[in-house]
Design a protein around this ligand. Sequence first.
Ligand code: GLU
Length: 491
Amino acid sequence: MIKTRFAPSPTGYLHIGGLRGALYPYLFAKQHKGKFVLRLEDTDQSRYVKGAVENIIQTLQKIGLEWDEGPYLDKTLNIKQKGRFGPYFQSQRLPIYQQYAQKLIDSGQAYYCFCSTDRLEKLRQLQQGQNQPSKYDGCCRRLTEKYKSAKFKIQNSKLLVNDRPAVIRLKIPQSGEVRFNDLIRGEVKIQMEDIDDQVLIKSDGFPTYHLAVVIDDHLMGITHVIRGEEWISSTPKHILLYQFLNWDLPKFAHLPLLLNKDRSKLSKRQGDVAAEDYLKKGYLPEALLNYVALLGWHPSDDRELFRLKELIKNFDLSRVQKAGAIFDSDKLNWFNCFYIKNKPDKELLRLAKKFLPDVPDKLLDKILKVEKSRLSYLAEICDRAGYFLNLADYEPEILIFKKSDGGTARLALEKVMDRLNGLKKWQPEKIKQALAAVVQENRLTNGDVFWPVRVALSGLKQSPPPEEIMAVLEKDESLTRIQSALDKLKK
Ligand code: GLU
């Protein structure tokens, strides 16, 4: 059975890259009727961001990704865990990691390192000065024999070996290479000499990511490790750990980087990237999922619109590209606009109410019908609804169409007033016919008539067609606004 996982570190809120990091393994597991796990990799306590755990879980839940195992928030927003292989927070699994670290020490595949931070810093500076990559020089390797049967203990959050503070390092073989076949990138090869003797257990007894990820992926039965490209250079270390522990290797797939439009790495500095911010602004989960799914993958035809179920069916890991994928917020807006436009009226009203809680349902519903095809995200409704609720003052000059003049605008508005006054059925088609008749009968152009009417109704140069606005405003308010435009022109 296929089993995948999303294993974020709570070092920040869930961002767009994280969402894709969850979506791809989710899709892959679900299309193979497999299982999907959420695991929180919270062993780096110094980088822990308060609220990040809750944010990651809650955002994924709001977006509608479901996992079979891992932590989740219940209805009262308490964190619970489900699944047989827990706990799913690495910080709650320390004894497991320590036990395997001891095993690696016992088999001579890891060693204790007593080097002070001072020495390591000097080493780093020296290497930097010689333009060499920073790498542990193996100084404590020679102690392996001496400490081979020594057991470590954790006392007051300190790892001690014969009462000396230490860390545990992976003993990388001194020659040879590690090869693996990445499902996206093909064969990857790394020389042993380019791999650092990675710290596995830190001086405080916590594992590093590298040890914890391998142990958890193995114990949790993960068959496919699907994660960001930034981890590809760590994979050889992980493979060695699997080999040292006599475990079967999972398959690896490293997803392409996400880039800004200028091809720099997608970062917070260039606009929003937190998934929650998008939800708050009224981006629909289905639009986010659809757009994010296409950041690095596309089907063999030009189809672009996929709901989650269709993504499960159509996603193809072997078609994920190697090249970085560009995050384009205009494209995301296009998807969101599409899903907003196609949302059933009732649901859209419920969602939009969060942004305009004080507007009566009936009115908001009508406003939405006019505006929905133009919304990039729902929060825009606050501005867009403005003139329906309250007409702001505007300069009379904008009532005059650019190829027209004040006299024509006045004439048009007067004739429109007459016509509309007598109109019995206040419906968009009827209103439009009335305006068209004014154009015809007075030998005016569409711009001469529709433009000033639209401005009179909205106070804006850009707004939906006048008949649509009037249908929302209803007859009295529409005629009052047209009359006040006439008054402005007469002044
Ligand atoms: N914990 C890592 C992160 O936050 C994930 C690494 C992995 O998926 O193996 O990005």
